[in-house]
Design a binder for this molecule. Structure first.
Ligand code: PNS
Length: 164
């Protein structure tokens, strides 16, 4: 049983995240989308809202026989991966700018849990500039994020904006 976690803030999930999930699905029997509970970051969506949105979107992700589940966690990613008995931590690399930070995280995670490998996947070119932060900023200022964020999540972003 090859299990991996795909950790992140997912505030909110973008098509870039979905692309990484689809690409990594053939490599693992189970992937846990691990949503970080970090209230200090003042997220747009609560951790429960993020988990629910991802659960609703996942059936549309082609999973190639890989079971996709969603869970939240607090504390260290390496410890959560260990508690899940995961063999790997999946991370997406969009551009060279991501590499230095991701390299440092992977080396630290390896130090904390040496038996867990970090697996880097390169994002599709069309999503190489997409981040949750950029999507929120553009959306909040009235820009279009169609094609970059799943429609169901855009609807939730609109609700958030309208309800304040
Ligand atoms: O939303 P992101 O930036 O893609 O996710 C970053 C994340 C959640 C993977 C990273 O911040 C993280 O692992 N946070 C949990 C705390 C932790 O383990 N910190 C040490 C990392 S070496």
């Amino acid at each position: 049983m090859r299990r991996a976690i795909f950790p992140g803030s997912f505030d909110p999930l973008t098509n870039g995240h979905l692309d990484i999930i689809k690409r990594s699905s053939p490599l693992f029997d189970e992937i846990i989308i691990a949503v970080l509970n970090n209230p200090e970051k003042r997220p747009m969506f609560s951790v429960d809202e993020r988990c629910e949105m991802i659960r609703n979107i996942l059936p549309s992700a082609k999973s190639d026989g890989c079971t996709l589940t969603v869970d939240s966690f607090s504390g260290l990613t390496a410890d959560f991966a260990n508690a899940c008995r995961a063999a790997a931590i999946i991370r997406g690399i969009r551009a060279i700018g991501d590499y230095e930070y991701e390299l440092r995280m992977s080396l630290m995670n390896r130090r904390l849990q040496p038996q867990i490998e970090t697996v880097f996947l390169t994002a599709a070119e069309e999503y190489s500039f997409v981040s949750s932060t950029l999507m929120k900023q553009v959306f909040e200022l009235g820009g279009r994020v169609d094609g970059l964020v799943p429609p169901a999540i855009i609807a939730k972003m609109r609700d958030k904006l309208e309800l304040g």
